[in-house]
Every structure is written in C-alpha cells, then in structure tokens.
Write a protein that binds this ligand. Structure first.
Ligand code: BES
Ligand code: MN
Ligand code: ZN
Length: 483
C-alpha cells in the first residue's frame, strides 16, 4: 500500500474514491445530507454510507464513514474509520482512496494512514487462480492533512510498526510445511539487515546447555528445534540492562502422543504466534531505531507424535535443574518456555521478561477471542502492559497468579508436572512458567485467543493472523523504557 499525505486542495486524480470520515451528528451538505437521511446514516461509530457517482462531488464514488461522537474519538477510532473506508472501496476497481478527516492534525492523519496500512494486509502468495477482479484494486491511500510534511514525519514510526506487524502476520500465516523451525530461524536471521543481531542455537548447543524440557517437545519431529536470540542495542549506554521478550514458537502442535482431535488441528500452525510477535517487536524496535537495549528469544519446535516422541510419564530435566513430570504432551508450550525463559534471565540478567504464547484453550474459555490474558508478578510491569494495550487497541485483561494454585502442579515423582487439571488451566500454565523466572520481574501474555481472528471483528485486522502483541509491546517500550 502506497501512502501519501496531501493538502486539501490537491486535485483528485481519476480512479480515486473519496472517503470522508465524519463525527456523529455532523452537518452534511446537499446530496450527502439527502443520502444520509435516506439510509439512517448519522455518523455513529462503525457506520458507512457508500454513494456512487455523487452529483456535485468530484469523484466517482464517495464513502461516508462514521467516527462516533467528536469528544469520544481517539487515534484508534480514526484508524478503524480509515480502515473501514478502505474496506468499503478496496475491490471497487478504483485504484486509490483519498481520506478526509474531520480533524486533519498530523498525528490523526498518520493514524488514519496506519489504519489503512494494517487493513490492507493480505496473505495470498499461495493463491494462483484468484481472478484479478476479486483482488483488491486500491493500491494507494492519500490522506488529507493540514500539514502534509508533518503528517509524513508522524507516520514514520507507524510505518515501521506496520512493517513489523505484517512481518509477524506473514510468519503466522505461513503453512507448517513451509515454516518449520530452521526455516523460521533463517527468516529472522534476515532481520540483521535492519541492524539486529541474530544468533541461532541448534539442538547440539541446547543439549550442552541442558535444555531437556524444550528439546523433549521437538524430539518426535524430523525438524530440528531452534533457539533464536535477537538483540537490539539502541540505548546510548550499550551496557545498560536490557528488557527481554520470550516467545512460544511451536511451528505445529499436533499435541504429540497426547494427540489432538482432527477437527481444527490445522489451526495449530499458528501456535508460534507468541514468538512471531516477539520477532515483530524486535523488527519495529530496529525499524524505528528505539533507544533501548532489548533481547528477543524464540523457542522454535514442532510437536509431533513419533516412535521417538516424548511420552506422558517421562521426567524431563530442565536447564534450571528442576525436573518435570510430563502428564500431557499437548501441554508443550510451557515446556518450551521453561527453558527459553530460564536461559533468558541466566544469560542476559534483564530488567524484566515478558513472554508471549498461544498457551491454553482455557484462556479462550475465560476471555473469548478479543482479549488476551496478562499475568504479572510485578505490579509496575503489569500496569504498564495494560496501559499500553489500551492505547494501542490490543485488549489485555489482568489475570491472577494465586499462590494457592501453585501446588496443583506439584508432582509426586518430580519437582512439578506439566498440567494442573482442567480448572484454571490458563492460570496453572502461567504458574508453571513462573517457576522458571528465578525472581526476575516477569509477565506472561496468553494470546491463544487473539493471535488469529476468524472472522475479522476489527477493521484494522483482516481475517487470519492479527500480529497481536507487536503494537502493545512497542508502545510500552517507547513510553516506559526508552531514553
Ligand atoms: N497450543 C495449545 C493451546 C491452544 C488451543 C491455542 C487452542 C490456540 C487454540 C496448547 O499447546 C495446548 O494444547 N494446551 C492444552 C493444555 C492442556 C493439555 C493442559 C489446552 O489448552 O487444552
Ligand atoms: Mn499443545
Ligand atoms: Zn501448543
């Protein structure tokens, strides 16, 4: 998507749809007032009114988009309105859309552009037969701004963000035969061109480190497990303590010997969404040259049933030295994170760690598909995450870490077991990871419900991979940990 900021008086070129974002109750002139009256269009949030060949308007098509009440509109609301405008005309055959805002301030114009960028994501590389007339035709968005140069400047970090979100979405969308751990690691390695440093550890190196927990999960796969370490050293003080992010990267989760039902198993290609969000975060930090030292760690495995697969009943020794009785091989994400999180604190001594994982079906039962669960053993970190999530429109809900539930994962043969029963399943999964944090301030985001969305319920997030997490983490770093 080509983005341009223009002055209000710039002539409209042919094949450009006009989209006017209006506040609720705004006064419309002439034919627009008539059209609005004939369709109950009031400018309420989410409303669109598509007018073809409007008389007296210098465009072949005009879309009115409601942004809601003027005093309640925020940046995310403008993104959503602009995204809806794009969606209304994207397959019209027109090639551009010009967006007019009720308030053309630079920051809002930039957010409108971000909304269109995010909404125009499409993963169609494997579709060879889609007719051209079904594909989106709009390839350019012109956003009207009071000061186009200032809007362009405000958009720079947002363009870096959109690139990163799309990188994450691409990883999550790729099929599991294409994106297995080694291929995934190589794609992340390519981010070195942005100035990141990327290290890849293979099975032999992880064996030496004693990562018996992570390695057990990948044991049944013909694909080698990988641990990817991504570094961004953007702080003025290159030795300043880093912030750290760890992601679950199960490239495919069959459940292993505790195999999952066939129905819907194809969804488990996106069981690497947590790690993809971490990779996306590192992408945007480098893309906008964030003044922070940050570490991203991806634990990449494939969970398969096999003659060599790990079994229920196995006792694993993790890098921390703690032993784990396997009850269910489908509770594999926490086993991957156990070693990745321990390694992270052991090697980098970070200020804090945030892990992201499509960890449990239980979080979807608890919170549904729009909210991710946020567990934190540090109040500042928890509050920072929630504030960032609200500002970026990536909803997050604080969940508890009750000490009394911790004994649910005690084992009689080992230090702990990898499931705590059906009740509070997302909580006991979080408590399991907490046992590997070694006292470092830590938060865990269970994004099982939010990494993938079908159908789309948010205009800036088309059906499929959402890229959830990149925006909120980027915001938190920018506001709380830079400078
Ligand atoms: N990857 C799944 C969790 C998941 C389920 C993500 C549905 C997205 C949609 C995870 O590895 C898993 O299988 N968890 C089990 C844990 C159970 C065996 C204790 C679950 O949630 O059922
Ligand atoms: Mn599983
Ligand atoms: Zn899983």
């Amino acid at each position: 998507m080509d983005i341009e900021f223009v002055a209000a008086d710039q002539a409209l070129s042919a094949k450009t749809a006009l989209a006017r974002i209006v506040y609720e109750g705004a006064k419309l002139e002439g034919v627009l007032a008539q059209a609005a009256a004939a369709s109950r269009f009031t400018g309420a949030k989410g409303q669109t009114l598509d007018i073809l060949a409007p008389s007296g308007v210098d465009a072949p098509r005009l879309v009115l988009v409601g942004a809601g009440k003027a005093d309640a509109v925020d940046a995310i609301g403008i993104e959503h309105a602009a995204a809806s405008a794009y969606a209304a005309v994207k397959a019209s055959g027109l090639t551009a859309v010009r967006i007019e805002l009720p308030d053309a301030k630079a920051d809002l114009a930039a957010h409108a552009a971000l909304g269109v960028r995010l909404a125009s994501y499409r993963f169609d590389k494997y579709r060879t037969k889609e007719p051209a007339e079904k594909k989106p035709s709009v390839v350019k968005a012109q956003v009207v701004a009071a000061d186009p140069a200032a809007a362009g400047k405000a958009f720079e970090p947002m363009a870096a963000l959109a690139d990163a979100v799309d990188f994450t979405r691409d990883l999550v969308s790729e099929p599991p035969n294409v994106l297995y751990p080694a291929e995934y690691a190589q794609r992340v390695k390519k981010l070195e061109k942005l100035g990141l440093e990327v290290e890849i550890l293979g099975e032999a190196e992880m064996m030496k480190l004693g990562m018996g927990s992570l390695l057990a999960v990948g044991q049944g796969s013909v694909r080698d497990s990988q641990l990817v370490v991504i570094k961004w050293n953007g702080a003025a003080d290159k030795t300043a303590q880093p912030v750290a992010f760890v992601g679950k990267g199960v490239c495919f989760d069959t459940g292993g010997i505790s195999i999952k039902p066939a129905d819907g198993m194809e969804d488990m290609k996106w069981d690497m969404g947590g790690s993809a969000a971490v990779a996306g975060l590192m992408h945007v930090l480098a893309g906008r040259k964030a003044k922070v030292n940050a570490i991203g760690i991806l634990g990449l495995v494939e969970n398969m049933p096999d003659g060599n697969a790990y079994r229920p009943g196995d006792v694993l020794t993790s890098m921390s030295g703690q032993t784990i009785e396997v009850i269910n091989t489908d509770a594999e994400g926490r086993l991957v994170l156990a070693d990745a999180v321990w390694y992270c604190q052991d090697r980098f001594k970070p200020k804090f760690m945030v892990d992201l994982a499509t960890l449990t079906g239980a979080i979807i039962v608890a919170l549904g598909g729009d909210l991710a669960g946020c567990y934190a053993n540090d109040e500042t970190l928890g509050a920072n995450l929630i504030a960032a999530s609200q500002a970026e429109g990536e909803p997050l809900w604080r969940m508890p870490l009750p000490a009394a539930y911790d004994k649910k994962i005690d084992s009689t043969i080992a230090d702990m077991k990898n499931t705590g029963g059906r009740q509070g399943g997302s909580i006991t999964a979080a408590l399991f990871i907490q046992r590997f944090t070694n006292g470092v301030p830590w938060a865990h985001l269970d994004i099982a419900g939010t990494a993938w969305r079908s159908p789309s319920t948010i205009p800036t997030s088309p059906e499929g991979a959402t890229g959830y997490g990149v925006r909120l983490l980027n915001r938190m770093v920018a506001e709380k940990y830079e400078g």
